[in-house]
Design a protein around this ligand. Sequence first.
Ligand code: GDP
Ligand code: MG
Length: 600
Amino acid sequence: IPPERIRNFSIIAHIDHGKSTLADRLLELTGVISKTGKNKQVLDKLKVERERGITVKAQSVSMFYEYKGQQYLMNLIDTPGHVDFSYEVSRSLAACQGTILLVDAAQGIQAQTVANFYLAFGEGLSVIPMLNKVDLPTAEPERAAKQIESAFEIEADRILKISAKTGLGIEQVLPAVIEQTPPPPGSAEKPFKALLFDTWYDTYVGVVCLMAVKDGSICRGDRIVSSHSGTKYEVMEVGVMHPEQTPTTLLRVGQVGYIVCNMKSIAEAHVGDTFYRDRFPVEALPGFVPAKSMVFAGVFPIDAGEFDRLNESIQKLTLNDSSVSVHKETSAALGQGWRLGFLGTLHMDVFRQRLEEEYDTNILITSPTVPYQIKYRDGTSKFIRTPADFPDANTMNDYVESTMEPFVISTLIFPEKYLGSMLELCTTHRGELQNHTFIDESRVMLKCRLPMAEIVTDFFDKLKSKSQGFASFDYEEAGYDASDLVKMEVLLNGEAVDALAAVMHKSSVIVAGREIASRLKDVIRRQLFDIIIQTTANGKIVARETVKQLRKNVTAKCYGGDITRKMKLLNKQKEGKKRMKRIGKVDLPHEAFLTIVKRS
Ligand code: GDP
Ligand code: MG
């Protein structure tokens, strides 16, 4: 099939607007999967993705479609469905020429619709607007169409109205894609050049790279080079996803397919990297940025004897997700563990869930933190990924010029009546309002600049509860800025617990210091001695609480009579112990490590 009859496209949508369902319908329509009427969600491969209904790893599929008597090769390139992965989204978009902007007709435009639209617009793609779920009784297609018109300057009458669930209007989707998406540019005569936009580890063949061939062609036995690292590889297999890996003799200009070469680990496959044929170097495609971690958390085995097993689990999981950064860390309080870096908090949650579920590991994860940057008076600077490494009061006075933290620009979309509470939410999180506009008579889009640290813990939960679930949220990174930061430490019976240290803005110290102390008081159980909890900032004590010593036996109130009740209580206590970590003489429950940077 010549490039004129290839279309590389993607579907962009807010979570739950029906991307996976639409993909399933298109695959059925083109016979790639059989029709069962069920939602197979072929694209959502990982269990956690199916459970959470979000796409974490992009997956792409090739299909054939006959239109006006001609065979077309339609490559549907999937994009991850969450803000944390915006770099991955932009690279997947760089592999296409067109994208379906899918909007739930009942919900209208949401924050990720806006973010995704601008990513696609920035990549120069043609945007094909569609309203989904028009079968719902609550659907308001006219209203949603108006929102699209006013937010993106797309004429309302160009918008297709479909139902991915019932199949209504599905037959118009691929013709619209063919008509409105240009064929891939590029030349068959030029030397091979391809964009790597997704990668995963396959147990049988090893590292698989998904690439969009921008020029030339490639086949088995060719030698290719990574622009980023300069490393040479031998191509062992090429093919297309149909929907599983299906080998072909070659991949040509305009095509999207997979390449298996002798890469040892997924860490060598950088999303956004350009590959060329050995001895025929080409100019690398623009936009390459190595994955960077924006959220860090410490991970420790509850039981030190589990270290090796946990190590193995972490390695297995990172085998398939090169965007997780892994550093060994030793904490005086928690022993040996790791500092893991994630693209964002959802990315972290997904990883945690997979670690706990797929590997059944009993782990302790510390509160998430962002990377801080310290500028020293001697002109050097350093990134800090563990609060324990943040300079203390003396070092601050003697050596530090300034402290910096990362910021984001966030987009919030919600019904007008929540404007007051949303503005309040932003200001209480040190936000700086940039502007707000109405996308229709009663929906507001608010832009606000916030420190990243403010959104990594419970910002999202608060947003949902303050708006009764009606607000949606997305963000993009906005660089580092100077900020008055302080290290807060927690002392238990006079001993600083490194794993409980936190970094925060000066203005939060008093409130947070008291809250942390009182929260810890609530979660630490009474023991055989008094436990004094103190929080300090800049070496000064901010708050103090005491957990009084335990006097009675847990079973004392059972009057010695009911034996099953007694067993139950004892078992409960044992259960509780499982997730405890002994710090000096004090048993700290798992929750203690999670409460640190949360604020009410
Ligand atoms: P994604 O997060 O964008 O991939 O969304 P999904 O495809 O997983 O769909 C989210 C939910 O909406 C699922 O429960 C689907 O069954 C449902 N859904 C998808 N399309 C339609 C539609 O056209 N009509 C209705 N009523 N429900 C739909
Ligand atoms: Mg999905």
